[in-house]
Design a protein around this ligand. Structure first.
Ligand code: ATP
Ligand code: MG
Length: 286
């Protein structure tokens, strides 16, 4: 699997209808993918340990998608086995009254990962250029109408780019994943949720309503990804009709990125190492 195949190239126009939702590479079976994912999970545990010990970088993983694309499952499988002390998942829902009284990045800032940690955003501030755009919710957000013009979305893209650049320059490594699902596969998954009692709770009428806006969402996603995929904060368009492939692709991208950080356990100086010897002698003499 070549990771660069999934990267949305900066400054290039994206047509999602031309990008496969069902690609699964050279991997032939779910079993094979599961084995590879297991190996990746092990490697990620090692890398997380170093990230935490080094305490310099933080990793921010953003997941955006249509309903039923598998955000929850991907997060669950890819992050399994990680040290819970070093990870934090935040789900961004409709903003509360308090949140609407603040800048849209207010709730985001509070949820950013500390150094040494992995922060996972299940939805994110990208909703500000997706659902808010599709349903025209700017007035709900109490933005003064005088400040809203036809360039508002370009303005928001720039705000987001500036925000991410700032994070990057201070040690936050950002990866953004769009789980690219087909409309047919969404329908299949919705029906499965209705047919399976243990999955009934996952289905809501709102999901059907949003499905009616499928094309608008695809358009907004494509524009947002084109405008905000940057070298320091790339978007990856992950084919998501085949769940096991999506999970494997996401974990491979995370590992590749973390490996390139050249994470190191903190090194002790001579004095500190000598001290350790003394402490050991002391303990052994007890
Ligand atoms: P699930 O898999 O449980 O359905 P979900 O992420 O779809 O997870 P929901 O509670 O169903 O969670 O939906 C959250 C809703 O909140 C989504 O429809 C999303 O578009 C909406 N939302 C998120 N951020 C904003 C925002 N800033 N403004 C308006 N709506 C938002
Ligand atoms: Mg939902």
């Amino acid at each position: 699997m070549k990771i660069s195949d999934f990267k949305a190239q900066p400054n290039s126009k994206i047509d999602l209808s031309k990008i496969s939702t069902s690609y699964s590479g050279k991997i032939k079976s779910k079993d094979e993918a599961k084995k590879l994912l297991k190996k990746n999970v092990k490697e990620m545990i090692n890398l997380q340990d170093k990230l935490y010990a080094e305490d310099k970088y933080s990793l921010l993983l953003i997941f955006q998608a249509m309903d039923a694309a598998g955000k929850d499952g991907t997060i669950k499988h890819v992050m399994s086995g990680l040290n819970p002390q070093g990870t934090q998942v935040t789900s961004f829902k409709q903003p509360s009254a308090e949140e609407l009284n603040h800048h849209y990045l207010w709730r985001v800032n509070k949820a950013l990962p500390e150094r040494g940690r992995i922060g996972i955003f299940n939805r994110s501030y990208y909703e500000e250029v997706l659902v808010v755009r599709v349903h025209n919710l700017l007035s709900t957000e109490k933005i003064p109408s005088k400040l809203i013009d036809e360039n508002i979305w370009q303005t928001r893209f720039k705000e987001i780019n500036d925000f991410e650049k700032n994070l990057y320059q201070n040690g936050t490594v950002i990866l953004k994943f769009f789980l690219h699902l087909s409309k047919d596969e969404q329908k299949r998954r919705f029906i499965e949720r209705i047919d399976t009692p243990s999955k009934n709770w996952k289905f809501s009428e709102a999901d059907l309503k949003e499905r009616e806006f499928w094309n608008d969402y695809q358009k907004c996603f494509a524009e947002a990804i084109s405008a905000t995929s940057k070298k320091h904060a790339p978007w990856f368009i992950i084919p998501a009709d085949v769940k096991w492939f999506a999970r494997l692709a996401v974990s491979s991208i995370i590992i590749d990125t973390m490996q390139k950080l050249d994470l190191q356990y903190p090194k002790l100086n001579k004095q500190q190492l000598d001290n350790l010897k003394l402490y050991k002698e002391k303990l052994e003499k007890e």
